[in-house]
Ligand binder design. Sequence first.
Ligand SMILES: Cc1cc2nc3c(=O)[nH]c(=O)nc-3n(C[C@H](O)[C@H](O)[C@H](O)COP(=O)(O)O)c2cc1C
Length: 176
Amino acid sequence: MPKQEIAYDDYFQQVNKILGSTGLLLAAGSPDKPTNAMAIGWGSLGVTWGKPTWTVLVRPSRFTYQLIEEAGDFTVNVPSPDLTDAVTYCGTHSGRDQDKLAKLSLAVDSARKVASGVIQACPINYECKVLGSSDILPQMLSDTVKSECYPQGDYHRVYFGQVLAAYADKSAAAAL
Ligand SMILES: Cc1cc2nc3c(=O)[nH]c(=O)nc-3n(C[C@H](O)[C@H](O)[C@H](O)COP(=O)(O)O)c2cc1C
């Protein structure tokens, strides 16, 4: 059965809890490039510029960064507990070297409104179109954040993605 549409903020608490523990899967690709996924542990679901948005932080060294730049969109995929090892794998290997999702036997579905694909096995998927992005400026950070999060000076680019579609396998999502 196809996943059912949800409001962007349904499951807000569950999603935030997983973001701060296992991590979520941020995916991007295009008709030319297979969808790739990386783990994210930082981000926020909310409202920016009057629109529902996922705000995600991606270091330029990530292959996913390149894919988001090319596609102009991304998807955020919420894993169930049985996907914990897959999230760790996607967070410790690069799609530059291999097709991680194929290796993990995670099927990618075409998205409804964006070019990047969604991960079928994840109970909740969000499709996001990049409305804008902004690079973190070191001089705007506290010394604590600078030393704790950027010892190598690899500052994130922050992407603001308008949530164009959100849907869930409601029985799997209820168990999150
Ligand atoms: C739990 C977890 C959370 C992570 N969160 C982020 C994040 O928010 N932003 C980021 O740039 N990298 C984050 N990473 C690191 C990337 O997921 C990792 O470098 C990944 O291998 C990049 O894959 P790619 O080169 O295929 O894009 C995280 C890793 C883990 C394990």
